[in-house]
Write a protein that binds this ligand. Structure first.
Ligand code: 5GP
Length: 116
C-alpha cells in the first residue's frame, strides 16, 4: 500500500507554507488556480484530508466529507460561471494517469473548448 507523503506541494499549500491563488475554501476543501494553466480557466479542487488519489479518498474519507467535497465542486462551477458553456473535470492517478502531485485533487478546465 502507498503511503501519503505530507511533504507534497498541495499539503504545503494547505498548511499555508507556500502561497496560492485561492478561488474558494471551506472546512473540507480548497480551490486554487493552477500555477501552469492549460486552459483559460484551470482550477484545482483539493480536499483537505491526506489522501493520495481518488480511490484513496473514497476509501478513507467519510461519506459526509466526500459529499461535501463534490458539493463544493458544484459551488465553484457556479462561482466560475462555466455551467452554460461547459467544462471538463479530470483527476489523475499514479504513473499511468500522469499524476504529478500525490494528494488527491480534481482539475476543472473551462473557458474555451478543451482539447484533451
Ligand atoms: P496532476 O498531474 O498531479 O494531476 O496535476 C498537478 C497540477 O498541479 C499541475 O497542473 C500543476 O501545474 C499544478 N501545480 C504544481 N505545483 C503547483 C503549485 O505550487 N501551485 C499551484 N497552484 N499549482 C501547482
Amino acid at each position: 500500500m502507498k503511503m501519503y507523503n505530507s511533504e507534497n506541494i498541495f499539503a504545503k499549500i494547505l498548511r499555508k507554507e507556500i502561497p496560492c491563488e485561492k478561488v474558494y475554501e471551506d472546512e473540507v476543501s480548497l480551490f486554487i488556480n493552477d500555477i501552469n494553466p492549460i486552459a483559460k480557466i484551470h482550477v484545482l479542487g483539493i480536499p483537505k484530508s491526506p489522501c493520495i488519489d481518488y480511490s484513496d479518498f473514497i476509501e478513507k474519507e467519510n461519506d459526509k466529507n466526500i459529499s461535501a467535497f463534490f458539493n463544493s465542486v458544484e459551488k465553484v462551477l457556479t462561482l466560475l460561471d462555466v455551467k452554460k458553456d461547459g467544462y471538463k473535470i479530470i483527476t489523475n492517478s499514479g504513473i499511468n494517469g500522469g499524476q504529478e502531485v500525490p494528494h488527491f485533487h480534481i482539475h476543472i478546465l473551462a473557458g474555451e473548448k478543451i482539447k484533451l
